[in-house]
Ligand binder design. Structure first.
Ligand code: FES
Length: 104
């Protein structure tokens, strides 16, 4: 079992346990942080939007076309913007740092 790091909307840092095979969106929600994930991970709502820390962006698989399309519909995106339901936790992502964004 590894961890991911979450910066909440107030700027506070948290380190939480992560489970292999779970979506980052599920891990964030499991620990009580506010990420809606309305479509349940079907890449159809973008309410699971997070910003991935710059040092981790290159270590993730690139966003697929459908994820890019959903991100394009958001009013504000960041260089590390991703849909957290589209990132599956693996041991290689131990320590992954994400920031919860306002208006996700
Ligand atoms: S939960 Fe809907 S796009 Fe991620």
């Amino acid at each position: 079992m590894g961890v991911i790091r979450i910066k909440d909307r107030a700027g506070r840092d948290h380190e939480v346990e992560a489970v292999e095979g779970w979506r980052i969106m599920e891990i964030i929600r499991e620990h009580g942080f506010e990420v809606e994930g309305l479509c349940g991970g079907a890449c159809a709502c973008a309410t699971c939007h997070v910003e991935v820390c710059e040092t981790w962006s290159d270590k993730l698989h690139p966003a697929r076309e459908d994820e890019e399309a959903m991100l394009d519909e958001l009013p504000l995106i960041h260089p590390g913007s991703r849909l957290s339901c589209q990132i599956i936790y693996t041991p290689e992502l131990d320590g992954l740092a994400v920031r919860l964004v306002n208006g996700a």
